[in-house]
Design a protein around this ligand. Structure first.
Ligand SMILES: [Zn+2]
Ligand SMILES: [Zn+2]
Length: 392
């Protein structure tokens, strides 16, 4: 397809998807009119608000832990009980069945930012990537299940696909009505746990397709528009660390530091303690640090250009970067040797005591060297930041 054809395919408006258009127009309208109106006229009890919060969490986590990290990326394995719950929660969130969702999402990762093939390419603007892509039958969103053959083998997902409409109605009408009934008013349940919860949970998820590709930092890669944004993580159950996710999509974590707000990660981890999840995949720390260093190096190289003695700075930068990379590799090698020695010691006694001590000392030395190199690198990066700050 030529560039001209590509532009034409984007410019021409495809037919409207009327089901989605009516649904995703009527529900937000109801959320901003009927929901507050009922609140003023009749009022909501604390029980109704608690149920609303629980339903929000249930839908949100079903999408992030289930649809996203379990089924789209296979970052861990889950017990059938959990899979059924996620399938119900996804239907409740009204985000299509897992087959459609995961197929679109895998295509999003494979062709990220490609306006013709990424179903919700951020390159086509905020509105398109947020909700526009659902409202019309765009060629980029054409159904193609060839990338989810693995998921099509799962009987729970086959069941969800087959009964999706019934599950949607049960989860979005019967369950909120029942929760409302427990709280003393069926209408109040339908308003909060039904309408308001549906609209908010959908727009929160869609922010990951739109805003998380526009607002934030790119500490791990600039090969896609995906950004890390701690504020966005607060409302997206941890999915705001989207730059990390696009760089290392097979990691069950999105926020990798312990202080990163990622309740999806915490839930998956906590479930592993009781056998509900297993085989949690984590990207090795070395790969993560290497990616981060490369980005810092590229950024600093760019900053060098504006300096008076650019060649000198670039040479220093390259030397430090090379040293730090080789120290990292050395540390990783020694760490592996030391861990191997420790584990083989348990099974057999092939390592004499002095051999083990030598390995341990080499590992500690490499670790210390790495610490010094990291400090030097950090200071150099600080220096660059200060110089370019004062030059600006
Ligand atoms: Zn993803
Ligand atoms: Zn993305």
């Amino acid at each position: 397809m030529s560039a001209q054809d590509s532009q034409n395919s984007i410019a021409a408006k495809p037919p409207i998807n009327w089901t989605n258009m009516i649904l995703f127009t009527a529900t937000p309208l109801a959320a901003v009119t009927l929901v507050p109106l009922y609140g003023f006229m009749v009022g909501y009890s604390a029980v109704h608000w608690v149920m609303f919060v629980c339903m929000m969490g249930f839908c949100g986590i079903s999408i992030t832990a289930g649809y996203h990290r379990l089924w789209s990326h296979k970052t861990y394995k889950a017990h059938p009980v959990l899979r059924v719950l996620f399938a119900l929660g996804g239907a409740c969130a009204l985000q299509n069945d897992v087959f459609n969702w995961a197929s679109d999402h895998r295509r999003h990762h494979q062709h990220v930012d490609n306006n013709d093939q990424d179903p919700y390419s951020a390159g086509r603007g905020f509105w398109f990537s947020h909700i526009g892509w659902i409202l019309r039958n765009y060629p980029s969103g054409k159904r193609d299940f060839s990338n989810i053959k693995d998921l099509q083998q799962d009987p729970i997902l086959q069941w969800q696909h087959k009964h999706y409409l019934a599950l949607v109605l049960i989860m979005n009408i019967a369950v909120p009505a029942f929760l409302g009934y427990i709280g003393g008013s069926i209408i109040a349940g339908l308003m909060l746990s039904g309408v308001l919860r549906l609209v908010l949970s959908q727009h929160v998820t869609w922010l990951i397709n739109s805003l998380a590709h526009m607002w934030g930092r790119q500490p791990y890669s600039d090969k896609s528009s995906a950004r890390d944004n701690a504020i966005l993580a607060l409302v997206t159950y941890g999915e705001g660390f989207h730059n990390y996710h696009h760089t290392f999509q097979w990691d069950y974590r999105n926020g990798i530091r312990w202080w990163h707000f990622d309740p999806t990660k915490w839930l998956i981890m906590a479930c592993s303690w009781v056998g509900l999840t297993s085989e949690l995949k984590r990207v090795p720390a070395l790969a993560v640090e290497s990616a981060r260093l490369e980005m810092q190096y590229l950024d600093a190289t760019e900053r060098c250009k504006s300096l008076a003695n650019a060649d000198k700075w670039r040479a220093r930068l390259e030397a430090e970067y090379a040293e730090l990379k080789s120290t990292l590799d050395l540390w990783a090698t020694h760490q592996q040797q030391w861990y191997d020695a420790k584990s083989s010691q348990i099974h057999d006694q092939i390592h004499e005591r002095w051999e083990r001590l030598a390995l341990r000392d080499s590992y500690r030395q490499a670790r210390y060297q790495l610490k010094l190199r990291r400090q030097r690198w950090h200071e150099l990066m600080q220096g660059f930041a200060n110089i370019s700050g004062s030059a600006a």
